[in-house]
Design a protein around this ligand. Structure first.
Ligand code: SF4
Length: 160
């Protein structure tokens, strides 16, 4: 349990209680799904189901292979409006890429060149601490424009 589940949680959201039951700090969970994959019968994913959207994954061309970056950590897809928002986001990304990418440049390469913060601003998506560069490994740690974005995050939280 310690070696394969608790210590492999990327955000240390898991711990063992004194009676060896598992405690999950939901606030720290970044939904990497590792614990659920290791113990599918012991843990329940809950009713809140949806999608995580990653952009920029690619094989070698101008620069080496890239993993996709999480740009939407979680989104429900239950209603027609949810699906329409998803299509709108895809169109927004395609339009931004068509206007800003260099010749033969893929989306992941364009993001590397212009910076993730500029890309997110271009497609009108707010920076969110739940965005992670490599699911199951790293928390979202890019620091460019971090203080300003953190300020906005706290304001949104206070409003919510
Ligand atoms: S889903 Fe991932 S981040 Fe969340 S508790 Fe499980 S291992 Fe940790």
């Amino acid at each position: 349990m310690i070696d394969n589940v608790v210590s492999r949680c990327p955000t240390n959201a898991l711990s063992l209680n004194d009676d060896d039951t598992l405690a999950v700090n939901n606030q720290d969970c970044v939904r990497c799904m590792h614990c659920l994959n290791v113990m599918p019968k012991a843990m329940s994913p809950g009713d809140d189901k949806g999608v995580t959207i990653l952009i920029g994954g690619k094989r070698t061309l101008k620069i080496g292979d890239l993993m996709g970056t999480v740009v939407v950590p979680f989104k429900k897809l239950e209603t027609e409006e949810d699906w329409e928002e998803l299509v709108e986001l895809a169109e927004e990304i395609i339009d931004f890429w068509a206007e800003n990418a260099l010749e033969h440049e893929r989306c992941g390469e364009m993001i590397e060149r212009i910076g993730l913060v500029n890309f997110l601003e271009g497609i009108d998506v707010d920076v969110d601490p739940n965005m992670i560069a490599e699911p199951r490994q790293s928390s979202y740690v890019r620091m460019d424009g971090w203080d300003d974005e953190a300020e906005k995050w706290f304001e949104r939280q206070a409003e919510a």
